[in-house]
Ligand binder design. Structure first.
Ligand code: NAD
Ligand code: TYD
Length: 333
């Protein structure tokens, strides 16, 4: 049995990866370590309860004791998905981002070094490159993060690399583009706009709506992580993009049209400070390992919308309490 630790496994991508890992790797024993912050949701993992190859540990990656508790029985591979992840929240209150994304990664790297793991997979992001007006970011490009979230992720990305260069820890670093799909917390633009539209509430589009993101369906991301780990080279960085560049306005209109809602629900609101105009990735490196995204954007969006329409019981309880407080402060409504 290979003993695998998945941090942040109660969140959006981590929970998809936990399911994928148990299904695709019958020889893996999976421990999820998650603090269950506002973004962590036990419902994302509920169906795994009772699986003898799965266990859940509630704890903080920035706490040595919690990490030790999670890996007490030994660990072979660590996947670090745990992070504070929302750019807008990082602008309002950066401290938690430094603590979890930077110090938490350091704590895990130290545990990995002490144990001599087979692999440490750091889930980084395309946002570390900052905005790119033309062309596509290469793994060798300079990092120019512009907000506390992306800066914290860039720090973690390079810290992980330093453990490869300095201590020979087999580190793999993925830089994925914007993920979308079921189970994404409804503060990120696609689930926010889909659930608002379902509730006939306004869709708050930042600035002129012309910012571009490259959309990656979450299951394509999970498959790419495996390809990177199985066929990649330790110490390397791998861009993972969906090849679906879209302007935010276009996505907003598609969501409204697909749900049969009026375009009048679109509400232009004040732009995000330091809002990166465009992200785009050159994915030739992971392409040479044989990975290609499989889910076309229109199909993925259709499935995502259908999931939120069918799973109100998942998101309606989220859009209360702390969420509403955040929402009112963020959007001043
Ligand atoms: P998410 O916000 O949905 O989930 C984050 C999870 O981490 C939650 O379950 C939360 O409880 C947990 N967590 C937070 N702080 C923790 C701590 N101190 N200790 C233990 N657990 C903690 O995030 P996501 O969208 O699933 O992103 C997962 C990873 O992928 C992150 O590292 C993120 O930077 C990266 N990433 C995300 C995207 C995207 O589009 N969502 C794109 C590229 C990379
Ligand atoms: P988001 O989902 O927050 O991801 P990221 O900032 O990590 O790319 O935002 C995606 C795009 O959507 C980004 O250009 C900002 C924009 N956006 C809005 O226009 N309105 C919103 O309410 C949100 C949350 C995002």
């Amino acid at each position: 049995m290979t003993r695998v630790l998945i941090t942040g496994g109660a969140g959006f991508i981590g929970s998809h990866y936990a399911h994928h890992a148990l299904q695709a790797h019958p020889g893996w024993q999976v421990t999820v370590l998650d603090k269950l912050t506002y973004a962590g949701n036990p419902a994302n993992l509920q169906d795994l309860e009772g699986n003898p190859r799965y266990r859940f540990v509630r704890g903080d990656i920035a706490s040595r004791q919690d990490v030790e508790r999670a890996i007490a029985g030994g660990v072979d591979i660590i996947f670090n998905f745990a992070a504070e992840t929302h750019v807008d929240r990082s602008i309002g209150d950066p401290e938690g981002f430094i603590r979890t994304d930077v110090y938490g990664t350091y704590t895990l790297l130290e545990a990995a070094r002490a144990r001599g793991v087979e692999a440490f997979v750091q889930i980084s992001t395309d946002e570390v490159y900052g905005s790119i007006a033309r062309g596509r970011s290469l793994e060798t490009d300079a990092l120019m993060p512009t907000n506390p979230y992306s800066a914290s992720k860039a720090a973690a990305d390079r810290l992980a690399y330093s453990y490869f260069a300095t201590y020979n820890l087999p580190v793999f670093i993925s830089r994925a583009s914007n993920n979308y799909g079921p189970n994404q917390y409804p503060e990120k633009v696609i689930p926010l706009f889909v659930t608002n539209a379902l509730e006939d509430k306004p869709l708050p589009l930042y600035g002129d709506g012309q910012n571009v993101r490259d959309w990656l369906y979450v299951t394509d991301h999970c498959e790419a992580i495996d390809v990177m780990l199985e066929r990649g080279t330790p110490g390397e960085v791998y861009n993972i993009g969906g090849g679906n560049e879209r302007r935010n306005l276009e996505i907003t209109e598609q969501i409204l049209d697909r749900l049969g809602k009026p375009r009048t629900l679109l509400r232009y609101v004040q732009d995000r400070p330091g809002h990166d105009r465009r992200y785009a990735l050159d994915c030739s490196r992971i392409g040479t390992l044989g990975w290609r995204p499989r889910v076309p954007f229109e199909k993925g969006l259709e499935e995502t919308i259908a999931w939120y329409a069918a799973n109100r019981a998942w998101w309606e309880p989220i859009k209360t309490g702390e969420y509403l407080e955040y929402y009112r402060k963020q959007y001043r409504i």
